[in-house]
Design a protein around this ligand. Sequence first.
Ligand code: APR
Length: 334
Amino acid sequence: MLNKIGVIGGGNIGGVLVQEIVRRGLAREVGLVDPAPFVNPNDPPERQATAAKQTIAGGKCLDIAEATPVLRMDVRCYGSKDYSALAGAEMVINTAGVPRKARPDGTFPSREELLSINLKVTKQVADGIEAQCPDAMIISIANPLDAIVYTLDNCLNPAKNKLVGMAGVLDSARYCYFVAEAANVSVDNVNAMVLGGHGDTMVPIRSSCLIAGIPVEKFLDAETLAAIETRTRKAGGEVVGLLGIGSAFASPAWSALEMAEAIAYDKRKIMPVCAKLEGEYGVNGLFVGVPAMLGKNGIEEVIELDLTDEEKAAFANSVNAVQKTCNSVDEMLG
Ligand code: APR
């Protein structure tokens, strides 16, 4: 059990995170920061005064705290509009930023199109972490995932093991779910990894896909698998299109908690995460989805897989896409 986890951003994902941290007793204390509702200087003064007093983070945490006697969980839970809620956290989970949202015509932006707005938010996030909990382990979820983690690294320059992005656990869960559904087997039987960037170029690794330890090709034909892999790459968008009001939130939160638990309980569990590469997979200085072992030190080890030639080419293509978004970060940060 950790002493304190800080959650940044108290929207859909942040709300599920706080609920689950309390329900699972993952830390003795959880602090949530979210500046919403924002004060609009163009509003009449009394409206501004009301917004200044309101706090989504404070309200969500009080709601959850009041249910701790029902859960019989002694977890302190509080939220604030400012970053003081993170003070002393050993781990922070970052969800601050806008999600993808369907437009009135049903189309929706790519994750990369969120960059300019979420970059500004990420700078505030980095300042908050630096001021309140500079040694915390950081798990970041905000999109565009790989570029936001790269930005946090630029701003904070933490040890390589202490900063990790959550995408691969979720993308792999989606891949496994679709495979289990098509093969009509328990989701518990399916193992698979999705690597590369968290965008449309992500790479479902078919050679890692096993059903009860047996290669997936024994159960599903090539055409079905290709369709599942295409659906996996676009799975986030499928949810955005259906929801209409935002993007997936339960599955990203639970996936990040899978990582948080591996670290908090020193599980030394291998899972795909967005990690800084310094030569591994022939990549230098970028954050990309690769298998890594998570334990008490965060990223204990990046695992290098023997990919097929086709998977290597797809991974390289995905790394190029991540590089492009990170080039935009470099330009925007000036
Ligand atoms: N500091 C902290 N929180 C902030 C800040 C900031 N500077 N700026 C905005 N926020 C808050 C918003 O007020 C909002 O409550 O971040 C929260 C984001 O919540 P949602 O809009 O509900 O978005 P959510 O679905 O939780 O997704 C968050 O994760 O998966 C990604 O693409 C997704 O980038 C998005 C992020």
